[in-house]
Design a binder for this molecule. Structure first.
Ligand SMILES: [Fe+2]
Ligand SMILES: [Fe+2]
Length: 355
């Protein structure tokens, strides 16, 4: 590791990195907790109870225990890969912890026993996930101070329906990301450069189940899926996909180590996520449209230009950044206007994780 990277990755910098809130980093959210607590699951009682039984069975209860494989191998990673891998761990840990904080707060304020059950179970799972990743960061001497992060991170307010769309999608895309990496490394175990990837298969089942809970909740409130809300669904689908695409393209060494082309990896994740979201959303984005791929690639180039302008600094740097921001908004708007792929309503909401 070069001195510059080592300095950049000093222990307190790990928490500082997690604290940064940008378009591309995981954010923390607050919402109208009482409105979510008022959610009535009676229209879906039978499916709800079956899902709660799965949560209480807690099949992953002892999954997040580490074995002796941790703490080895990783020290021998090439510096560029190590830096990207650590950045991936910090970002993933922050994202898991963001879910934990939101769900724990919903549980803490809940008066509705159904919501108390659900958010209690999901906070339990996300806490395990965040702490499991953090253990690997601690192996590098770079653990995130989660208690401090909870206090210091800026929280964004999202109205309850936006929380539903955003958390549903982040759970399903989280599942799709973990399972895609798992499948690739299952085919090529020689590329599994860190033991944490051995945990991904069972881990992704937790994320899948979290997404199922939000799908059921939305199905009990069909107005969330109709009328002008369809415009919001489209917005959130695109925002989540585009953010992931741009962020993943900042990690070339990590994807090279997996043997995955970042574009092909992301499109596989889009495909799985789109199949999942057919359970509840009335359309999917047309990810096979040539303009879709071209628009996302343009967003990546603009991000690279922003980074260069930031490094340049000064007035010219600011002017260039402003220009890139305008171009990014225009590109996003162009992507948003692309036609979507409508599909018939499925006979039931619950779907098996078959990927
Ligand atoms: Fe998680
Ligand atoms: Fe989750």
């Amino acid at each position: 590791m070069t001195a510059a990277i080592a300095a950049d990755l000093a222990p307190n910098h790990s928490t500082e990195r997690a604290k940064v809130s940008t378009m591309l980093t995981p954010n923390f959210y607050r919402t109208d907790y009482a409105a979510i607590d008022a959610f009535d699951v009676e229209p879906i009682r039978a499916e709800w109870n079956a899902l709660m039984k799965e949560f209480s069975d807690d099949k992953n209860g002892d999954h997040f225990d580490r074995d002796e494989g941790f703490g080895r191998e990783v020290t021998e990673l090439p510096p560029a890969l190590k830096e990207e891998f650590i950045e991936f761990l910090i970002s993933s840990c922050t994202s898991e912890f963001s879910g934990c904080v939101l769900y724990a707060e919903l549980k803490r304020r809940a008066k509705n026993p159904d919501m108390a059950d659900l958010f209690g179970y999901m906070a339990r799972d996300e806490s395990r996930h965040a702490n499991f990743i953090n253990q690997s960061l601690k192996d590098f001497g770079l653990g995130v101070d989660l208690g401090f992060l909870k206090q210091a991170k800026k929280y964004k307010y999202f109205a309850p329906k936006f929380i539903m769309y955003a958390t549903y999608l982040s759970e399903k895309i989280g599942y799709a990301r973990y399972i895609t990496i798992h499948r690739e490394l299952e085919r090529h175990p020689e590329r599994r450069f860190h033991p944490i990837f051995k945990w991904f298969e069972q881990w992704c089942n937790d994320e899948y189940r979290h997404g199922e809970a939000f799908a059921l909740m939305m199905s009990a409130k069909p107005e969330l899926l109709q009328g002008r809300n369809k415009l919001w669904i489209r917005f959130f689908l695109l925002a989540v996909y585009a953010t992931m695409f741009v962020r993943d393209h900042t990690r070339p060494e990590l994807h090279k180590a997996f043997g995955l082309d970042p574009t092909e990896y992301d499109f596989q994740v889009f495909r799985i996520t789109s199949e999942c979201t057919k359970q509840i959303f009335p359309f999917t984005l047309d990810i096979d449209h040539p303009a879709f791929r071209a628009g996302l690639e343009r967003l990546c180039r603009l991000q690279t230009a922003v980074d260069a302008a930031k490094a340049e600094g000064g007035v010219m740097g600011m002017v260039k950044r402003a220009g890139c921001a305008v171009a990014a908004v225009a590109t996003f708007a162009g992507l948003y206007m692309l036609p979507v792929v409508r599909h018939a309503k499925l006979p039931q909401v619950r779907m098996q994780a078959v990927w």
